[in-house]
Design a protein around this ligand. Sequence first.
Ligand code: KG4
Ligand code: ZN
Length: 358
Amino acid sequence: MTGSLVLAIESSCDETGVALVEDGRRIHANVVASQVALHAPTGGIVPEVAARAHLRWIVPALDEALAAAGVSVADVDGIAVTSGPGLAGSLLVGINFAKTLAWAHGKPLVGVNHLEGHVYAGWLLDPGEAARDAPAFPLVALVVSGGHTFLVEMRDDLTYRLLGTTVDDAAGEAFDKVGRLLGLGYPGGPAISAAAERATAHDRVFPRAWMGDSYDFSFSGLKTAARRIIAEARAEAGLPADATGAPLPDELLAELAWGFQDAVVDVLATKTIRAAEETGAAGIVLGGGVASNEALRTRIASAATARGLRITLPRPGLCTDNGAMIGAAGARRLAAGDLADLSLDATPTWPLSRVTRG
Ligand code: KG4
Ligand code: ZN
């Protein structure tokens, strides 16, 4: 290893991530301890439970990452940690851990915006993966996760112009809520995507909120419409209103899942392509958990390619929360001299538009 090595820590939500990333691109280790199974019985994240699980897993995750990369903390050139946005208690576990390591080993420390991490996942290379060009500027990035949905224009590294954002629910939140209405487990996104794949009829139309000519998004109306459409479908099939004990027949479930997913994908893809064209972008970068959705990936990739736009789609494991993406963004923040000291604190609310430098 000859480049600059960053140790990166992510604990903003329900994944404990520790990674080692060289030169902001090459992954040497990327350990993710998922709490999905822990939160499944409650159908969502209980913040106190999440924070305790981060405490339990962060040391084993560091040990595993160091062993996988064959390095020790003394070998790293800097430490990057997610300092917001996210759950305060969860963020503080990673922040205090990173501060302790930085202090004990005399390493530079940087606090990274989690959303900036989702954007920079597109720059990562897996261990052994052939080198490829980094995404070229100017570009448009769509970040779609459980907590956030926005479009930004980037004309250079670490600079963002907010084009549009959700005025209510995040796209992932809509997937999770409609997943529950369909009687699917938590998280709803992967379950809806799998059910939609099985659909043979594709004629259930769910409403799209276009928000005029803006690049903003709205998903709460779709969720309300989904509640009504699902209730009507259950009544037509002679099923009781309550999903517990009387699940939807698989064919009907698949049709409804497809209709909902198609409405979300249609709006996200249409606005992203239009934003790329109207801003004169060279390409599009996708990030966030919902960017692992196959229908969204296929739709945006084919529309982008048809227009000569370069498309960057991180593999699904790099779209959902992980430490490597914090290493990719953190390396650039360290190089820019955006250093933190031991007073680094959690910033639970921290929109990407306010990250802009200068
Ligand atoms: O980025 P992420 O791991 O965590 C946040 O920062 O929020 O995103 C999690 C979200 C969840 O809402 C989950 O349902 C959604 O991403 N998600 C998906 C898929 N995989 C994960 N949504 C749609 N299709 C998928 N395949
Ligand atoms: Zn995330």
